[in-house]
Design a protein around this ligand. Structure first.
Ligand code: AMP
Ligand code: ZN
Length: 115
């Protein structure tokens, strides 16, 4: 998608503070962090949200995305200290960028239930 912010970041057209990158996924720091560590993990292929991934691609795409997340967790030491993964889907859930992304939050206490 030529007008998608995260597609542009994935393509290197907009800079990002990258934590991990491979051929399928990218993990970078959120520009407006809501916790001491706040990362975003995205697939390079554009889908607005998880339910829009074709069924025959779900396992591979999310498997590779979660592999990128686990690598980033180890790199940032969140694996030792605790963290939360969040996917906002749709306006009602607070999604502002319509390109699937997993928020990775850590470094402070996180209340439950979320707002
Ligand atoms: P969401 O509201 O779940 O769609 O999350 C979108 C996230 O993208 C927000 O936390 C924003 O702070 C973040 N964001 C927006 N623009 C950028 C950018 N250029 N680089 C990094 N993060 C961004
Ligand atoms: Zn996109």
């Amino acid at each position: 998608m030529s007008d998608c912010l995260f597609c542009k970041i994935a393509a290197g057209q907009i800079p990002a503070d990258k934590i991990f990158e491979d051929d399928c996924a990218l993990v970078f720091r959120d520009i407006s962090p809501q916790a001491p560590t706040h990362l975003l993990a995205i697939p390079k292929k554009h889908y607005p949200s998880v339910h829009e991934i074709p069924p025959d691609e779900v396992g591979t795409l999310l498997g590779k995305l979660m592999t990128a997340v686990t690598t980033a967790l180890r790199k940032t030491d969140l694996d030792k200290n605790g963290y939360r993964l969040v996917v906002n889907s749709g306006e009602i859930a607070g999604q502002t960028v319509p390109h699937l992304h997993i928020h990775v939050l850590g470094g402070r206490s996180l209340a439950w239930p979320p707002g």
